[in-house]
Design a protein around this ligand. Sequence first.
Ligand code: PLP
Length: 378
Amino acid sequence: MPTPRHYLDHAATTPMRQSAVDAWVEHAGAMNPGGQYTSGRAARRVLDDARDLIAGLLGADPAEVIFTASGTEADNLAVTGLYRASDRARVVSTPIEHPAVLGPVKALGLSGAEVELLPVGSDGRVADLGALDIPAAVACCMWANNETGALQPIDRVIERASGAGTPVHVDAVQVVGHLPVDFHALGATTLAASAHKFGGPRSAGLLLAKRSPAPLPVLHGGGQERGIRPGTLDVASAAAMAAALEEAVGEIPSEAVRLAALRERLREGILGRVGDVLVHTTEPALPGHLHLSFPGAEGDSLIMLLDAAGIEASTGSACASGVNRASHVLLAQGVSEHDTRGAVRFTLGRTTTVGDVEAVLGVIAEVVERARLAGMAG
Ligand code: PLP
């Protein structure tokens, strides 16, 4: 009999919701929404409905919704585009951003921008906002960290940067669909989201972008999406993203409570069964995140042993070409390189049950013991 699977990597991607699949299939044949004839106008109506629904759910105006092909694209567009729209040559960010933000920030640094990264405390949150008082072309801060789940003091970041007249980009890829978002109340200039993190299709994202200052385009082409993001739009994905978001936003109050309780059960259970565990997730955090280190074990061994037991989790850090590097997020919050190597991230989501949590608790002591023995031998 095949080993039953327990998927605990919802922060990486979460299964598509049936409502999203249905919307996707229904509109798979949609034509170019830029067409001025009947089939084009029909596609345009579906796109407009999706845009209106998403805007309403996120506290934005429909014109502020820019469809992109991923969260990565939305982040790149905001960081690079806001920088290019400014006559300043300074960028402020944090060392714990996702590579989709850190990458363009570094690229701007290489092309002559002055880059300053806010310091991060041992709780995984930006600790000193002083660098935001000096005007910059753009300040970028994630709302919730994808590894630890730590919520950043995003209101204070925006207030402080705005005080210096600096536009702010918020990477909300882990937050949208999981916590309430009101773009206008937040006061950010741009905000990135990704459909596959809340049950929409993969490779579909969006950027909320205020009218002014607006990012300059990074891709050049037709005038779609206010000229900010040219390219023929994927109507089916936009409709599927809107359907998924509507369902996800409706479930936020109940899911936040349910997942936090399951996560607590997992955390307590692991701490009760395994000695010498470092817990990297501290409150306030996303309800479904639990990031831990088992010093002495290699993350890769832990993941493989868990996988063999039917449990799908990750080390949490982005891995390039299969090589697992020490997490830049954990290093930034002061975790030693040795301890980062034994990191495992469990992320719970919509399909997670008590059975999934119990499955981890049933094997975790043996998995860690075996990985620690392998670590000592290595
Ligand atoms: N930003 C954060 C915080 C993320 O967690 C991710 C995905 O892991 C991204 C950006 C990139 O999103 P996408 O996978 O849609 O390119």
